[in-house]
Design a binder for this molecule. Structure first.
Ligand SMILES: NC(=O)c1ccc[n+]([C@@H]2O[C@H](COP(=O)([O-])OP(=O)(O)OC[C@H]3O[C@@H](n4cnc5c(N)ncnc54)[C@H](OP(=O)(O)O)[C@@H]3O)[C@@H](O)[C@H]2O)c1
Length: 380
């Protein structure tokens, strides 16, 4: 038996979480698995839904989407923000296939609106401010396992907290763990695309870790990048007709070697992929590590392992899920990031918040490379 508590929901929705249910449920009820998401009787929430994969317009805003039902151990979050990430566009396009239909997004922040008994036993209360990463955040309500909730401390805005979940935690593990200790304070690190979302965070966190940082960025984002505290900023021309960097417009490797007295960088953090792989490997120091975490310009092509022999170099291709394997790891990363935010040691730019009913515009904006920080949906 699980008690549903949701005092901030509209009155007509309090008796049963699924407002369209014909049979009124009691307040204390055994958890049932809703015929989510296709039960037309359970329609009452706004969500940006993908029913067929495609371009940004495949993301359709529906105002009669079924509210999620809360399972044991979960809470229902009333979202105030949802984060827009590149991976959402990969799901929407079908590049990373998912069962259809699905509610877009996997990053949200808001207020706890309903609590299962198990979550209540963990100390979670209606009204708590939380951020999280689970599928289905482009909606007014999302069911979230208690173990995935990050309590947002006072003094950190929900917009900033939402921005932190994917990009902030990614930057944290990239600068804290993915380098496997092969770089130490005082040594050089190269970070590509520091005008972009994740790497704005990563450049600042690398400095907090005591590394010396060389950043690359496009001319159009040099204003944002120059505020991050990089020791050396390599500003690149943009690809004609695009807003992102032309990585051939400057000799990055030569500059890296000049700046590092010919030694190279002990770690290279690269979310650009195809356009930067050669630069990254050639910029490494002996026994340095190439951390290839993304493919904004396309997937990294295969290369022979023998290529690493010149510097006895290391390569890793990490992902956030493997660096937040359990609640303890998730919370310890988030605590440190929220702590830095509260202390003013991290400066996070929220670029723009689109209303959820402009969901397609949010994806178009992100994919055009126009953002200089986090893109969010504001959800009423
Ligand atoms: N492995 C993980 O754990 C993990 C976690 C989060 C993200 N990612 C991946 O990391 C990548 C970046 O994500 P993000 O959230 O940081 O995105 P973002 O904020 O949009 O930043 C993307 C960066 O890539 C550059 N860029 C975009 N398109 C490009 C192109 N066609 N050619 C060259 N450069 C291009 C941008 O350059 P400008 O700044 O000049 O526009 C920007 O610096 C994505 O592939 C994402 O899926 C991986």
């Amino acid at each position: 038996m699980y008690t549903y508590r949701y005092p901030d929901m509209p009155h007509h929705r309090r008796d049963a979480y699924s407002c369209g249910s014909k049979t009124k449920k009691s307040k204390t009820t055994t958890t049932t698995h809703a015929k989510y998401p296709d039960d037309k009787n359970d329609v009452c929430t706004q969500a940006a839904v993908v029913r067929e994969v495609g371009d940004a317009h495949a993301l359709k805003v529906e105002n009669d989407y079924p509210t999620p039902q809360m399972k044991p151990g979960q809470v229902i979050v009333k979202n105030e923000y949802a984060g827009v990430n590149f991976i959402d566009t990969y799901h929407r396009k079908g590049l990373y296939p998912r069962d259809l239909p699905f509610v877009g997004g996997q990053e949200g922040g808001g207020t706890v609106a309903a609590v299962s008994d198990e979550a209540a036993n963990e100390g979670i209360r209606v009204g708590d401010h939380v951020a999280y990463s689970v599928f289905g955040s482009y909606a007014q309500y999302t069911a979230v396992p208690a173990a995935k909730l990050l309590p947002v401390p006072e003094g950190v805005g929900l917009d900033v907290a939402t921005s932190c979940v994917v990009q902030g935690l990614t930057a944290h593990y990239l600068t804290t763990s993915a380098h496997a200790g092969l770089i130490r304070p005082g040594e050089w690190c190269l970070i590509h695309g520091v005008g972009g979302g994740t790497c704005q965070w990563a450049a600042q966190m690398a400095k907090l870790r005591g590394f010396k940082v060389i950043g690359t960025c496009s001319k159009g984002k040099a204003d944002v990048a120059s505020a991050l505290g990089c020791d050396e900023l390599i500003v690149l021309d943009e690809v004609p007709g695009a807003s992102y960097e032309d990585y051939e417009s400057a000799d990055i490797v030569t500059r890296v070697m000049e700046v590092t007295d010919g030694k190279g960088c002990k770690a290279v953090i690269d979310g650009i992929g195809k356009s930067t792989v050669d630069i990254s490997i050639n910029s490494l120091a002996h026994r340095g590590i190439f951390i290839s975490f993304g493919n904004a310009s396309g997937a990294v092509p295969a290369f022979p392992v023998l290529r690493l022999i010149g510097k006895s170099a290391y390569v890793t291709r990490p992902k956030l899920l493997d660096y937040t394997v359990d609640r303890a790891e998730l919370v310890s990363r988030a605590d440190e990031v929220f702590g830095w935010l509260k202390e003013g040691k991290l400066n996070v730019s929220v670029d723009r918040a689109f209303p959820l009913d402009q969901a397609a515009e949010g994806h178009i904006y992100l994919e055009a490379g126009k953002s200089k920080g986090k893109v969010l949906y504001k959800i009423d």
